[in-house]
Every structure is written in structure tokens, then in C-alpha cells.
Design a protein around this ligand. Structure first.
Ligand code: LLP
Length: 416
């Protein structure tokens, strides 16, 4: 068997999966602070250029403790909703460190951002009109759709001809007209081509096209190139990480060359979500039943799609590790199993026909790379409590950073 990721990274610090589940319950999201901080540093180093800053896209993981750690590392942040702005302000961010990148929002939501001094990017001409009315004489940014998309699934490709996002790149003159009408200054433009690319070329193509749009604005302060940086979800099959070093070289060259032509040093930004948090999170769950149904071996766990929606929603692959008595099981007999959760739908499958070390009831499963879009997309479906979240601190200690839901949390909103 391949080397277990959790072992290689000393992921669980002074603890082990069994102790963690005993202390904090199952299922459980566990994060590693050291890895999280390292990913932040990698991203800050994405370009060899002094005017570059990544904005953490908090939709990937909005645990307040994680946001605060990312902030300590010096990243700024992106928000997709008024709720995310509110949370970021609560985490200690200053309004000018935030960028609001919404899609189809109400006047009230736009007004919330404007009143709080957060720069807004609009992604349609109609929302630009609305922003103009609310922020006459102020600043605005515009999200363009560069016509090139990328992503691990069609549901997360957010640019190109088949997506709702962004303003077409041939609408620059309309953008300028609306801006003039409301005395708005277009201070920046942005894009996000989609989520998860493993080779940098599609991103660089996207950057080139957004820069071609940027050139048509005489006096902008920044270009935000978007997020989407992939992580290797199939490490057990030997998948390699994104080659950041060669990416850095190519991207830097494009930015430097463009800046010389533009004649003004502007700020470049990116919007990573997954890259920052995915590999710093492992989801632990417990095997409660095993059975053979008409030739299929099922491993029944508490890891339903209420806890991790990605496999069901996008057919996403997550590597799985098996632990028994706190120890990794990566030697000995293997079997082909289908790992399922405890939700009342037959699609509630976390891994189909996966070869794992022979699993027994009581074993703990570790779902790798679950830090991004894991807890963030969890729900109370079937009246299940969303899991607790624990951080393994740099000194190896396990600290609870979000308690498990309680029944009281579930009934509190009802008007009875
Ligand atoms: N910027 C914008 C405008 C976005 O919409 C997104 C993600 C990001 C940045 C961050 O993208 P990232 O670096 O994380 O790829 N739930 C899906 C991913 C949805 C991404 C939505 N937008 C998943 O689990 O794969």
C-alpha cells in the first residue's frame, strides 16, 4: 500500500484518530494548523512580483478560527454574500481588505457592502446600474467572463460560453457608459474561470484574456485573476501536486510584461479557496456496519452527504485511510468495497468500488483532503447534527474550534 498521507504529514500531532473521535465524537473534521499556514505561504509566493496579494475565498471553509489563521498569515479575503462580509469583519478584517464578488444579489445586499466600505465587483450590467445608484461618485469593480473556463466538473466551471457568471468581454464600452452616468470609478476588474485546475496553462490563458480587457481601462488599480488552484485528490494513485514553481515563472513573466506595456504598476490579486484549506483537513467517521448485498460489499458509516457533499454532488474522489485502535491499516488483506453514509438515499455514497484494507465494524475512516467545501457544504438533512471541528495546533495539541450542533440549535429557528 502507499504511504498514508496522515502519517507522512504527522497530521494528528500528539493525538490519533481514535482518541480524537473518543474525545470530540464522530464524524469529526480535523484540521492541521501547520499545513494550513504553509498553504497560505505558498499562495503568497505565487508570483515573483511585489504588488501581489491573495484573497482567501472563505466559501471553501468559513470556520472563524481558520479565517483568523489565514488573516494572521497576511492574506486578504473575498466574500460572496453579506453574511460572509459580516463574518470577515467579525474575524478582524478591515473593510478595505475585503472584496465582495457577488452574483445576482439584492439591492439590500449591495447596500450592506457599500455602507460598510467594502469594494464591490458586479457581474452584470444591470447590477452595475444598481451599484451606480447606491454608490454614485464612488468606486466599483467589474467581473468579466474571459470566454475560457476550467474546472473539475461542469458545475464548477465559471467562465466560458455556458455559464451565468461575468460580463462579456465585448461589453467594455457599455460598462464605461454606465460608470460615467453614475460618476463611478472602475478601479479594478476580476474573473474566476472555475474551480480546480492541475496544470497552469488554462489559468494563464484566462489571465491573458483578462489583461486584454484591463488594457481597455485607462486607470485601474488592480486585476484579480481568480482562484481555482487544484490539489491532488488522488495521492494514493501517485497524483502530483500543481507545479507551483514553473507556474510562478510563467505567470510572473506575463504580469511583468503586461505591466511594462500598461505603464502603471497595479496590484494583482488571486482568489484561492480550495488550495488554502483542502489538504489541511481530514474528515473522520466511524464504521458501524458491514454487509454484502447481492455481491456488493458495503461499509456503512456516519459519513453521509450531509457531512461531505462532494462525492455525491460532483462524483468527487477523496482518498480514504483506515485506522484501527488508533493505528493506520495499510498492510495486509484488501477488499473492494462501497463506502456509504447513513442518509436515507441510495445515492449516499462516499466511495464506489474502492479497494481498501479489510474494514471491520468500529474502524475509523479518514477522508483525505476534506478541508475545502467539506464542512462548508454540510447540512442538517435527516435532522443530523453537523460535526465538530478540531484544529491540531503547531504544538501538536488538539483544540476544538467549533462544537458539534446540538438538538437545541436545530429547533431554535422554529416558530412554535
Ligand atoms: N472566486 C470565486 C468568484 C469563486 O466563485 C470561487 C469558487 C473561488 C474564487 C474559489 O475557488 P477555488 O480556489 O476554491 O477553486 N463546491 C465545489 C467548488 C465550488 C467553487 C465555487 N466558487 C467543490 O467542492 O469542488
Amino acid at each position: 500500500m502507499t504511504e498514508y498521507y496522515s502519517i507522512k504529514m504527522n497530521f494528528f500531532g500528539n493525538s490519533d484518530p481514535e482518541k480524537l473521535v473518543k474525545e470530540f465524537g464522530s464524524p469529526l473534521y480535523v484540521y492541521n494548523e501547520k499545513i494550513l499556514r504553509q498553504k497560505c505561504r505558498d499562495m503568497k509566493n505565487l508570483v515573483d512580483y511585489p504588488f501581489f496579494i491573495p484573497n482567501y475565498s472563505i466559501k471553501a471553509n468559513s470556520n472563524l478560527n481558520i479565517i483568523k489563521t489565514v488573516r494572521e498569515e497576511g492574506l486578504r479575503a473575498d466574500a460572496m454574500s453579506a453574511g460572509e462580509i459580516q463574518l470577515l469583519l467579525h474575524a478582524g478584517y478591515k473593510p478595505e481588505e475585503l472584496f465582495f464578488v457577488p452574483n445576482n444579489v439584492s439591492e439590500a445586499e449591495l447596500k450592506y457592502a457599500v455602507d460598510n466600505g467594502v469594494l464591490v465587483s458586479v457581474d452584470s450590467l444591470s447590477q452595475l446600474e444598481l451599484l451606480g445608484k447606491l454608490n454614485r461618485g464612488g468606486k466599483a469593480a467589474v467581473r468579466f467572463n474571459p470566454g475560457v473556463g476550467a474546472g473539475h466538473h461542469e458545475k464548477v466551471v465559471t467562465a466560458g460560453k455556458k455559464t451565468k457568471f461575468g460580463v462579456n468581454t465585448d461589453c467594455v464600452s457599455q460598462v464605461k457608459e454606465i460608470a460615467k452616468k453614475y460618476d463611478l470609478r472602475i478601479c479594478g476588474i476580476n474573473q474566476h474561470i472555475g474551480s480546480l485546475f492541475m496544470e497552469g496553462d488554462s489559468y494563464i490563458e484566462g489571465v491573458k484574456s483578462i489583461l486584454a480587457v484591463a488594457e481597455q481601462f485607462e486607470d485601474i488599480d488592480f486585476v484579480d485573476m481568480g482562484g481555482g488552484f487544484g490539489i491532488p485528490y488522488r495521492k494514493q494513485e501517485g497524483q502530483e501536486a500543481l507545479d507551483l514553481a514553473s507556474f510562478r515563472e510563467k505567470l510572473t513573466a506575463v504580469l511583468v510584461q503586461w505591466t511594462e506595456k500598461y505603464g502603471k504598476k497595479i496590484l494583482f490579486k488571486s482568489e484561492p479557496g480550495r488550495y488554502i484549506v483542502a489538504e489541511s483537513g481530514i474528515l473522520l467517521g466511524t464504521v458501524y456496519a458491514t454487509k454484502n448485498n447481492y455481491g456488493n460489499r458495503y461499509v456503512g458509516t456516519d459519513l453521509g452527504f450531509n457531512v461531505l457533499a462532494r462525492p455525491v454532488m460532483y462524483d468527487s474522489h477523496h482518498d480514504i485511510e483506515v485506522y484501527r485502535n488508533g493505528k493506520p491499516q495499510n498492510q495486509g488483506a484488501t477488499e473492494e468495497v462501497t463506502v456509504v453514509g447513513n442518509i436515507c438515499e441510495s445515492g449516499d455514497i462516499i466511495a464506489k468500488h474502492r479497494t481498501l484494507p479489510a474494514v471491520e465494524e468500529g474502524d475509523i475512516l479518514g477522508i483525505m483532503d476534506a478541508g475545502a467545501y467539506g464542512f462548508a457544504m454540510s447540512s442538517n438533512y435527516n435532522m443530523r447534527l453537523r460535526p465538530a471541528e478540531v484544529m491540531i495546533k503547531e504544538n501538536g495539541e488538539a483544540v476544538l474550534i467549533r462544537r458539534r450542533d446540538t438538538f437545541e440549535d436545530i429547533i431554535a429557528p422554529f416558530n412554535i
